[in-house]
Design a protein around this ligand. Structure first.
Ligand code: SF4
Length: 346
């Protein structure tokens, strides 16, 4: 008997499964979802409004599979918490909890490793293993909520992996988070971050959801972007931007662009002006991210260069901010906890 992970199911799917296989009344699905997603109870025996018989059926056939916490780093500065999770098959992934005055954000992974090999990223360096299941994506947020006994009200798909290369499972997890009978997280509080897969961005636009799109650009010419994001060979800047224009046209939403500032590489006023040109006639928000310590030896620009870059964008009417660094004392770049653990094991 193969046990099903209940976190793999969306509301309709779970209701159908329980009704068709075990003749469990439809309203029981509401009760089960309420225990898991609202009350954070992850043990069927503690779901006290279910009959003994239903609890027995659930225990014999289903699991509520949360990832195990292998390691946790907490910033002494702002409480940012980085998790290294172990999945049921022993694979490791990372997630991060970030606190802002009015919101708590979970940054979650969508793949074990990543096939895109961005030069500034530890995850890319460790290679790609597999896509995460729906339940493994959902389980990260629930495990963080359980560990901190908090209600997370913002979610970004910006951890390990390229979300749009695990499209179906990511969208199914968005549906679970968004469903009022499940996690009830407003779609506007959910952001999908991508390195830029044009046809998938268009597919996302066609779903007509309220979710936010964030695109990692990080360069202003193709020769520059080729050097740090190999995916650019397949999908150059023009194609990525064109798909973002289509996305914007269909959803009427502002697109966020992430731009890592690297000293002497992409931080000049000329780069800033090229960026302005790229975003001509678009509604965008630009997050400037001075690069953190990283395994490739890229350096952070001086404050003067960062301010100058920001100034050019603002003066040309582009909304932009320098993203405040969170958890700088634990600022191991994405994927470094996992990479370290893999080295320990090997
Ligand atoms: S930055 Fe994102 S897309 Fe690039 S290798 Fe790392 S995880 Fe993959």
């Amino acid at each position: 008997m193969i046990m099903k992970n209940i976190l793999d199911f969306d509301y309709e799917g779970l209701q159908k499964y329980l009704t068709e296989n075990y003749q469990i009344e439809k309203y029981r699905t509401d009760q089960i979802c309420d225990w898991i997603y609202k009350k954070r109870i992850f043990n069927f025996d503690n779901m006290t409004n279910l009959s003994k018989e239903i609890r027995k059926i659930l225990n014999e056939n289903m699991l509520i599979l949360l990832p195990n916490i292998v390691q946790k780093q907490i910033s002494k500065i702002d409480g940012t918490t980085k998790y290294l999770f172990e999945l049921a098959d022993g694979n490791l992934i990372e997630s991060v909890l970030i606190y802002y005055p009015s919101r708590t954000i979970a940054c979650i992974s969508t793949q074990v490793g990543c096939p895109l090999k961005c030069a500034f990223c530890s995850t890319g360096k460790s290679g790609f293993v597999r896509n995460l299941s729906v339940g493994e994506i959902v389980g990260q947020l629930l495990a963080i909520e359980k560990d901190n006994n908090i209600d997370i009200n913002n979610l970004v798909y910006m951890g390990m992996g390229e979300p749009l290369l695990n499209f179906e499972n990511v969208i199914q997890s968005v549906n679970i988070f968004n469903d009022p009978k499940m996690k009830k997280l407003g779609a506007r509080h959910i952001t999908i971050s991508t390195a830029g897969i044009p046809h998938k961005i268009e597919e996302l636009a066609n779903l007509n959801k309220e979710i936010r799109l964030s695109v990692s650009l990080h360069a202003t010419t193709n020769s520059q972007r080729d050097k740090i994001m190999p995916i650019n060979h397949a999908y150059p800047i023009e194609e990525v931007i064109q798909s973002c224009r289509i996305y914007q046209h269909k959803t009427n939403k502002r697109v966020t662009f992430e731009y890592i500032l690297i000293k002497g590489f992409n931080d000049s006023p000329e780069d800033a002006l090229r960026l302005v040109d790229i975003f001509k006639d678009m509604k965008v928000m630009v997050n400037l991210i001075p690069i953190n310590a990283n395994p490739s030896g890229f350096e952070k620009p001086s404050k003067r260069f960062i301010d100058q870059f920001l100034d050019v964008l603002l003066k040309k009417g582009i909304d932009a901010v320098v993203r405040a660094e969170k958890g700088s004392d634990i600022s191991a770049a994405c994927g470094q906890l996992r990479l370290r653990k893999l080295k320990d094991i090997s």
